[in-house]
Every structure is written in structure tokens, then in C-alpha cells.
Ligand binder design. Structure first.
Ligand code: TXA
Ligand code: MG
Length: 347
């Protein structure tokens, strides 16, 4: 199959929608990351998503809608907290887990009785949903286990030959996937952190829980509330080590470890702020002088660049877990296998 990349203008949206109506899979831009879009109500179309990604069948997909009235056929009830969150943050980078109806094929939710629904802020994404005339199932458009794609080129590099069309709307503005919130229980629970932060949710609802696995690895055989937590995502071939501690000490430690890796014959790199002086060592810009929003925009591209450059060991400073920092540290943590060291302890 030949994979075409075209602009997500009116003509592009029309062509994409036609393919989706015909049961095909299309690369779709959103404000968070690019998605692999298919008709959520068409079991065969959704099968093609799993095949293109190589995604395990037990990991459910998010269903994307363009207006709140589409919710009616998809969920059996809308919990009060979900209503309040929608009012505050839809359209936007937020997915709400709710009880599903029979209309959604089991393959979408991996057999589960809940479904994640999101109304994206991206105009192109909503236009594609409207023009297709159906809710759209879309996971991130990466091959399973690779970093999520934030440009059409990333999608092409993973999906070339596997899907007919990618709609290009430029680089994603947010850079990390939507916040996933379970609204089916007593308390709202953040299962995956994103741009709609726990602080924002607390302001809207008065309370919020963050699932403990957001910042810690799974113990063997441990049950999870969201299947996505089980998989080792975003794993670069380089071994990534994170350092926390006082900034100058972290820098010194990263430089020392870099030099040791180089001496051992490896190809090391530092992920950080290129404005800072790292004595000529190779730095991949994470835009990361504490600004979590900038780091979010760059993180997945950065992880792909490490692989493309054949880096064997990468070193990165942690950022505070407040606001968007939690979303960035969740992705960095997983890419590093939660390999976080305290700078200064071994010196
Ligand atoms: O920003 C996003 O959410 C992007 C764009 C394309 O919209 N999509 C995305 O989809 O990140 P995906 O499939 O890569 O991640 C969906 C996550 C997975 O971790 C999955 O386990 C979780 O959401 N999830 C989906 N449905 C769920 C459900 N019913 N219960 C618990 N977790 C669910
Ligand atoms: Mg994904």
C-alpha cells in the first residue's frame, strides 16, 4: 500500500473522511499527538488500527467525537463529575472514562464495559469527525512501543505502507497525549496525566486522585486500572537515566556520566537546555529549564532523535511534578524504566 501525506485542508479532510467511511485507517492530527483514525462503530476498520500499530488486543482505544450530543449513543450515563469536566475542558486534551453502550464494538474497549471519550480541540480533527459522520477510534499513531508521533513525518516513518493517508496539520501544540480521567467511581481518578492537570481538575471538582502507577513501575502481576500502564512505552534504544537534586550538582553528575559513557566506547547525549553550557557535549534540546510546557512539546521528538542518532546512553534532569510537569515526568519516567538517581549521592 502506498501512503500519501497531504495537507489537512478542506480537500484533505474530504479525502480522509471518504476513506474512513470506506472502513480505512487515516493518520489524523490532533492538538496532543497524531492519531490513527477509523470508524469506531466498524469492527473491521478498528481491527486495521490494531494491525497497523502492532497493538496488543487488551489495550482499549479512545473514541473521539465532535459534539456533546454524539455522547448519547456511546455511553449509558454521564456522571456528574464528567459533565463538569466537559463544560470546563472540552474541546481539549482530556479523555473521560464512562460506562459504554452496546453500540461500541467490544474490540474498541478490549472487552471492557467502559469507554474513553474525547472531544479534541484540533479543528482538523473535529472537521474529520464531522465529515466522516461517525465517532472515531484513534490511538496514538506510533508503532506500539515507539514514542507517540507529534509530526506527520513521525507518523510516516512508523506507518509507511500500512495506511493509505496521513493528514498533515504541522507539529502538535501540546505534545503529550490527553489526560485520561476515570469518572465511573466516587472520586475522579487521573489514569494518565496530560495538559489538563490534577490542579485544574481539583479546581473544577474540588478533589482528584492520581493513580499511583503514574510515577512508579508495575510490580509483577499487579492489576491496573488502565491497560496502557502495563506496557513499556516510549522506550528509546538508548538507556535513559534521570537525575534529581540541586541543578548544578545534577549538571556535574550528568557530565561525569556522559564522559564515562564516552570513554567506554558509547555514544552519550544529554537531554536539556541547549542554552546552558555543557562544555561542548552533545545536547538534545528538551527546552527544559523548568518549563514543563516546552518540554512536553519536545519530548517525543527528542526520544525519536536519540534513536535516529544511535545514542547509547542519555542523561536528563527531572522537573517538578506540579502542573504539566507530572505529564512530562510520566513519559520521561516510562522511557527511563523509572530509572531515577539522586545527583551527588555517589560522589
Ligand atoms: O491524546 C490522545 O489521547 C491521543 C490522541 C490521538 O487523541 N490518543 C491516545 O490514544 O493517546 P492511546 O490509545 O495511545 O492511549 C489511550 C490510553 C491507553 O493508555 C489506554 O489503556 C487508556 O487510554 N484507555 C483507553 N480506554 C480506556 C478505558 N476504558 N479504561 C481505562 N483506560 C483506558
Ligand atoms: Mg499511545
Amino acid at each position: 500500500m502506498k501512503t500519501e501525506v497531504i495537507r489537512a485542508d478542506a480537500d484533505g479532510i474530504r479525502r480522509g473522511a471518504k476513506l474512513i467511511r470506506a472502513g480505512e485507517v487515516v493518520g489524523m492530527p490532533t492538538e496532543t499527538v497524531y492519531g490513527l483514525a477509523a470508524n469506531a462503530l466498524d469492527e473491521n476498520a478498528v481491527k486495521k488500527i490494531f494491525a497497523a500499530k502492532g497493538r496488543p488486543a487488551d489495550n482499549p482505544l479512545i473514541v473521539h467525537i465532535a459534539s456533546e450530543k454524539e455522547l448519547e449513543g456511546l455511553v449509558t450515563r454521564v456522571p456528574e463529575m464528567a459533565r463538569a469536566l466537559m463544560r470546563a475542558y472540552w474541546p481539549g486534551p482530556m479523555t473521560l472514562i464512562m460506562p459504554k453502550t452496546e453500540a461500541i464494538p467490544a474490540i474498541v474497549t478490549a472487552g471492557g464495559d467502559t469507554v474513553g471519550i474525547r472531544m479534541p480541540e484540533s479543528e482538523a480533527a473535529r472537521a474529520l469527525i464531522r465529515e466522516s459522520g461517525c465517532p472515531i477510534a484513534a490511538p496514538s499513531a506510533n508503532t506500539s512501543g515507539k514514542p507517540s508521533p507529534t509530526t506527520a513525518q513521525h507518523v510516516l516513518s512508523d506507518m509507511n505502507g500500512k495506511i493509505p493517508l496521513i493528514l498533515d496539520a504541522g507539529a502538535c501544540g501540546v505534545g503529550v497525549e490527553s489526560t485520561v480521567i476515570d469518572t465511573t467511581g466516587e472520586e475522579p481518578v487521573v489514569l494518565r496525566p496530560g495538559a489538563i492537570t490534577p490542579e485544574m481538575i481539583r479546581r473544577t471538582l474540588g478533589s482528584v486522585e492520581v493513580d499511583e502507577h503514574v510515577m512508579k513501575p508495575l510490580a509483577e502481576g499487579e492489576a491496573v486500572r488502565s491497560p496502557g500502564m502495563k506496557y513499556r512505552h516510549y522506550a528509546p534504544s538508548a538507556r535513559l537515566t534521570l537525575f534529581e537534586g540541586e541543578h548544578e550538582q545534577v549538571k556535574a553528575e550528568m557530565c561525569a556520566r556522559y564522559d564515562a559513557a564516552l570513554k567506554a566506547g558509547g555514544k552519550p547525549a544529554i537531554l536539556g537546555n541547549p542554552q546552558e553550557d555543557y562544555g561542548g557535549r552533545l545536547v538534545f534540546a528538551l527546552g527544559h529549564d523548568g518549563n514543563a510546557e516546552d518540554a512536553a512539546v519536545r519530548i517525543f521528538a527528542c526520544l525519536r532523535e536519540l534513536d535516529d542518532a544511535g545514542i547509547t546512553a542519555a542523561f536528563c534532569e527531572t522537573i517538578p511534578l506540579r502542573g504539566m510537569g507530572l505529564a512530562v515526568m510520566n513519559r520521561l519516567g516510562r522511557a527511563a524504566g523509572f530509572n531515577i538517581e539522586k545527583a551527588g549521592e555517589n560522589t
